[in-house]
Design a protein around this ligand. Structure first.
Ligand code: NAP
Length: 315
């Protein structure tokens, strides 16, 4: 039986094993001169390469775009749908892992874990000084979650383990979740002004692009800390730089940036009140394995013209 040509880059050995011998795998090369684009039937977006209408027009035989990850802001889903191309993602399975990382960054920021580690490794740590590196108490603090979806709800559950008061904001009020999760719905302004920690757990959409900007940052407490587990584009990074260097807010942690990665000489990389991790939200062993399985399940279903088990609908 002839192998089905698909395109996808940097796939780990575990995922290659799941794909087996059914596919002819081509590296991601979207150059119009690449003849593979004419024959390829499936696109595996591993590591978030962009897929848009012009690319799809160069790939007339593509039936399915299978994304490794839940966020699909790098894929023009409407352009796919208009061309009859199915889009799949990996929702749900990464909620716990991504929520864990949200809390990890919150704790690391609040309690100087990163700067403390560097200090303890360095030459200046000569004796224990009780006045050194006093952090912000997490227990009993107020957490504001922007985007109380699958991941945001898991963040709320974890925050209650620290006796935090949890506020949320989204476009839709979630009455059932308010009861089961003990969270309070507030306006965006109230969330920003009342929270000690603000966690971004929403998708990147035209509406959330630069949701955090100089105006919204100015509404936060000067002692507040911001955690971005969503997408880099949700924050206006120039405004964030100004806020972090002029005391508008106390600190930030970014698991995602725009662009990703930041240029190696970017000024944000020089700030000691900013933690950056390389998009590690869902990067835990069990979660990543399940994400790989779901990506392959979606690919196989799409190539058979079957509904995807984890399909994305155009907005
Ligand atoms: P989800 O279940 O769809 O939840 C998204 C939440 O965001 C919903 O509650 C939605 O509520 C809210 N939202 C949408 N537009 C909003 C707006 N304009 N203002 C405020 N809230 C808004 O998605 P999820 O699975 O939790 O994933 C969320 C995002 O996390 C993904 O899209 C992805 O970008 C990111 N993510 C990052 C990592 C990482 O490694 N860092 C890993 C996984 C996911 P309403 O519709 O009611 O507003």
């Amino acid at each position: 039986m002839s192998k089905i040509p698909v395109m996808g880059d940097d796939l780990p050995a575990t995922m290659l094993a799941m794909l087996g011998h059914d596919f002819e795998l081509h590296p991601w090369n979207v150059s119009p001169e690449n003849p593979v684009l004419q024959v390829v039937q499936g696109l595996i977006t591993y590591g978030h390469p962009h897929v848009d209408g012009p690319l799809l027009d160069r790939c007339p035989n593509v039936k399915v775009v299978s994304n490794h990850g839940v966020g699909v802001d790098h894929i023009d889903v409407a352009a796919c749908t208009a061309r009859g191309v199915l889009v799949g993602n990996t929702p749900g399975v990464l909620d716990a892992s991504t929520a864990d990382m949200t809390i990890a960054l919150l704790l690391a920021l609040a309690r100087n874990v990163v700067t403390g580690d560097a200090f303890a490794h360095g030459p200046h740590f000569r004796h224990y000084d009780p006045s050194n590196m006093i952090g912000t108490e997490v227990t009993g603090a107020t957490l504001g979650i922007i985007g109380l979806g699958r991941i945001g709800r898991q963040v709320a559950r974890r925050a209650h383990g620290f006796d935090m008061r949890v506020l949320y904001h989204g476009r839709t009020r979630q009455y059932a979740a308010e009861q089961t999760l003990n969270v309070d719905y507030v306006s965006l302004d109230d969330l920003l002004s009342q929270s000690d920690f603000v966690a971004l757990n929403c998708p990147l959409t035209p509406e959330t692009k630069h949701l955090i900007n100089s105006q919204t940052l100015a509404k936060m407490k000067r002692s507040a800390m911001l955690i971005n587990m969503a997408r880099g584009g949700v924050i206006d990074q120039d405004a964030l730089y100004t806020a972090l260097t002029t005391g508008v807010i106390a600190g930030a942690a970014l698991d995602v940036t725009d662009p990703e990665p930041l240029p190696r000489d970017h000024r944000l990389l020089k700030l000691s009140n900013l933690i950056i991790t390389p998009h590690l939200g869902s990067a835990s062993d069990r979660t990543r394995r399940r994400m790989q399985e779901m990506t392959v399940e979606n690919l196989r279903a799409g190539l058979r013209h079957e509904p995807l088990p984890y399909g994305v609908q155009a907005p």
